[in-house]
Design a protein around this ligand. Structure first.
Ligand SMILES: Nc1ncnc2c1ncn2[C@@H]1O[C@H](COP(=O)(O)OP(=O)(O)OP(=O)(O)O)[C@@H](O)[C@H]1O
Ligand SMILES: [Mg+2]
Length: 435
């Protein structure tokens, strides 16, 4: 990492003397790299346990550890507290609260909400609805509860009925001694004032910090600790769980003169063509603070959009394409096939050893070649309401590529999912912006 010569803007951020520093910049501009350089700098003057780094997912946690270990001894890096927010919150709780029941993962939480809702309806003598209406309502309730878990203020805009149910749901969590991720973070937040918190707090992908997690970080920072956070509002992709695009404002209002924001513009990852396409896509946002990406990666990049008539044809084309890349000695781990949803992945492609995941899970990562599957209406733009969020998901997916980006879609035909179901799809309107 310090083999890299940081540019002027990065250096200014690394050397920030403010208590609260935020680096606000686009994809591949070196935010995480800047964060790592700052950690190195701080590690020279403080004990490793006094440093905490909160990252978005475990692959970024591992990546940061690996990069730091090239310049700081592994022993020292291991003593630093590098975690996902949930893992760190669990650590705070571990000495104080005994979590008897298994942790509610997302899937289990959804089941839990469903059961709590059925119980609530019975208790309140709800009239029986037909199956479709009842299922629609249940889904709406689940959506709302998920949002409220990460964003408490959301409940205030909800119906009286929803407010009453949410209260009952929270009670149910307590009486059954169950913990979902949000409850872990909320309870941990309460214990922070009595904990021996590290003095230097680093946060990657800050744009996806929900209200619940923001409160946790705020408690860690307190009145004297230092915060160094990096993020890109255009890559905020967790609106479905209540994350809203206003973290920078929240920071500047909360910390006022102690807050300083830095910008980076030069994207080392993106080639000229991908920076240009990303800018075109971003210009579609309403009310966006203008941020233009400059493609700094001088390799000759490629960009192509491929249309298919059937899922099987798309898969076999991808296999051929990947095969050719492998023939050219591109390593399988430098090739990523990214999907909007989990159930679009292909076992055939998995056999080729390339990186396959949802776009959400690939956040913060980069690959030489990226194939983005299924940029279609029905997959990417599912409803008009969340259209900007879908645009951001596409932006995150596109900007993972260092060299070649391929986008695929099926037009006016059925797409087959790996659970055996089909869905009518057509070319996404977003592709018009990428011409
Ligand atoms: N000053 C620099 N000189 C050369 N390469 C750099 C420099 N800064 C960053 N890079 C490289 O640019 C790429 C992107 O950096 P990094 O992952 O830190 O960006 P990011 O802003 O965190 O991206 P994302 O928005 O996807 O999280 C990496 O390969 C990194 O090594
Ligand atoms: Mg990053």
């Amino acid at each position: 990492m310090t083999n890299i010569n940081l540019n002027m803007q990065q250096l200014l951020a690394v050397n920030s003397t403010s208590r609260i520093t935020y680096v606000n910049a686009g994809a591949g501009t070196g935010k995480t790299t800047t964060l790592e350089a700052r950690i190195e700098k701080i590690a020279k003057k403080t004990a490793p346990w006094n440093i905490i780094v909160l990252a978005f997912n475990t692959s970024i946690v591992e990546d940061i550890k690996k990069k730091l270990a090239t310049h700081i001894s592994a022993k020292k890096v291991n003593k630093m507290q590098i975690y996902t927010i949930h893992a760190y919150a669990l650590k705070i709780l571990s000495t104080r609260v005994k979590i008897q029941n298994e942790l509610l993962t997302q899937e289990k939480l959804i089941k839990f909400i469903r059961n709590a809702w059925n119980k609530y309806k019975k208790l309140n003598h709800y009239k029986k609805q037909n199956r479709k209406d009842s299922e629609n309502k249940t889904r709406q309730v689940i959506d709302t509860v998920l949002k409220c878990r990460e964003n408490n203020s959301y409940i205030k805009q909800c119906s009286k009925e929803m407010q009453l149910f949410y209260r009952a749901f929270k009670q149910e969590l307590k009486t059954s001694k169950s913990y979902d991720f949000a409850r872990i973070v909320k309870v941990a937040t309460k214990y922070i004032p009595q904990s021996n918190t590290p003095q230097y707090i680093f946060v990657d992908e800050f744009q996806d910090t929900s209200e619940t997690r923001f409160n946790f970080i705020k408690a860690l920072v307190g009145d004297i600790n230092y915060l160094f956070a990096v993020g890109d509002e255009d890559q905020q992709i967790l609106e479905w769980c209540g994350v809203k695009n206003n973290n920078v404002n929240k920071l500047s209002q909360l910390y006022k003169e102690e807050f300083k924001e830095y910008r980076l513009e030069y994207s080392y990852r993106l080639t000229n063509i991908l920076a240009q396409k990303s800018n075109q896509l971003l210009s579609m946002f309403n009310n966006r603070i203008s941020k233009t990406l400059i493609g700094g990666n001088k390799t000759r990049g490629s960009f192509q959009i491929k249309k298919f008539t059937r899922t099987s044809k798309e898969v076999s084309w991808c296999k051929d394409f990947i095969y050719h890349l492998l023939q050219r000695n591109i390593k399988p781990q430098d090739i990523a096939v990214l999907y909007r949803c989990e159930n679009m992945m292909s076992t055939d492609i998995a056999k080729m050893g390339v990186y396959q995941s949802t776009i959400h899970k690939a956040k913060g990562l980069e690959f030489e070649y990226v194939i983005l599957i299924g940029v279609e209406e029905g997959i990417f733009s599912r409803n008009d309401e969340a259209i900007e969020e879908e645009l951001r998901v596409l932006y995150v997916g596109m900007t993972r590529a260092k060299k070649g980006l391929t986008i695929t879609y099926i037009n006016n035909k059925m797409r087959k999912f790996n659970n055996g179901t089909y869905k009518q799809v057509k070319k996404s309107r977003f592709l018009e912006y990428l011409k």
